[in-house]
Design a protein around this ligand. Structure first.
Ligand code: BJW
Length: 232
């Protein structure tokens, strides 16, 4: 069984991380969608660095939830037959035990040196412009894919989608491409698990509504034959 799972901000919401479009407020008076852009970084790099520094620091205050744990359990059973493609820049899938996780929008725990093009594991702040551990230049930016930039590893994702038997989208609004188009690239059965119908819900063969911490463990049990509609 080859399964591709796409996750978005909704899977981490119950861990305490804010989503983008349901956000109940602004960050320091700014729309997070306006801060996460190359233009914002060019205009005011310190502001954008602070936005990501705060989110990086917040990782140490949150834990994976039952949805992340259920996907790790699925990987333990399916091995290479499961690929998790995430738009999230947090590390909650990995901390739950998943190893086959593909971060198409980058990672908070990585810093990219725009001078030497090296990437470094990073847990501290960047707003104070630390030197790159490789070249020494003060040119580190968050290793995050902003609007207009090319998501990471799309060749791997495309191949996995073209040959999968099931594509499951969890906790994403379907507002951002290319992830919003994955449902059209997937060769197999398609399923959406989301708090409410996403913008692309009607493109899926099936759409279930509810919190990820409930829907994901139930779906994983079904796949593994523990409590699914056909299990005894
Ligand atoms: C729950 C829940 C619970 C809540 N349980 N569910 C016009 C047409 C088509 C495309 C374009 C266009 N104009 C421009 C574009 C392209 C552009 C784009 O899509 N723009 C749109 C605004 C239209 N895309 C790009 O520029 C991308 N690059 C690109 O396309 O390059 C070209 C290329 C592609 C492929 C191959 C080669 C070349 C780059 C996009 C970068 C996105 N970056 C961001 C910010 C950086 C990361 C960060 O700071 O964290 O990524 S934007 C932001 O949106 C972030 C997210 O990953 C992304 C998606 O958000 P997500 O996850 O869907 O979150 P929300 O908040 O929107 O939704 C949460 C959902 O969860 C909701 O549905 C809730 O109901 C649900 N939920 N609680 C279950 N407990």
């Amino acid at each position: 069984m080859r399964i591709v799972v796409l996750t978005g901000a909704g899977i981490s919401a119950e861990s305490g991380l804010s989503t983008f479009r349901d956000a109940d407020g602004l960050w320091e008076g700014h729309d997070p969608m306006q801060v996460a852009t190359p233009e914002a970084y060019d205009d005011d790099p310190a502001l954008v660095q602070r936005f990501y520094d705060e989110r990086r620091a917040a990782l140490s205050r949150v834990e994976p939830n039952a949805a992340h744990v259920a996907l790790a359990r699925l990987e333990a059973a399916l091995g290479d037959d499961l690929l998790v493609v995430t738009q999230n820049v947090d590390d909650l899938h990995e901390r739950a035990g998943s190893t086959r996780v593909h971060h198409i929008h980058g990672s908070l725990r990585s810093a990219w040196c725009t001078s030497c093009d090296e990437r470094h594991l990073w847990d501290g702040p960047l707003a104070d412009r630390p030197p790159c551990p490789g070249c020494g230049d003060r040119a580190l930016r968050p290793d995050i894919v902003w609007f207009g930039e090319v998501p990471y590893g799309m060749d791997v994702v495309e191949r996995a989608l073209w040959s999968c038997e099931q594509f499951v989208s969890i906790g994403t609004s379907g507002a951002v491409y290319p992830a919003a188009a994955f449902v059209h690239w997937a060769s197999g059965r398609t399923l959406e698990l989301n708090l409410e119908p996403s913008m692309g819900a009607s493109d899926f063969a099936e759409s279930r509504q509810g919190p990820a911490t409930h829907l994901v463990p139930v779906w994983v049990d079904e796949v593994l034959g523990d409590g699914g509609p056909n299990s005894s």
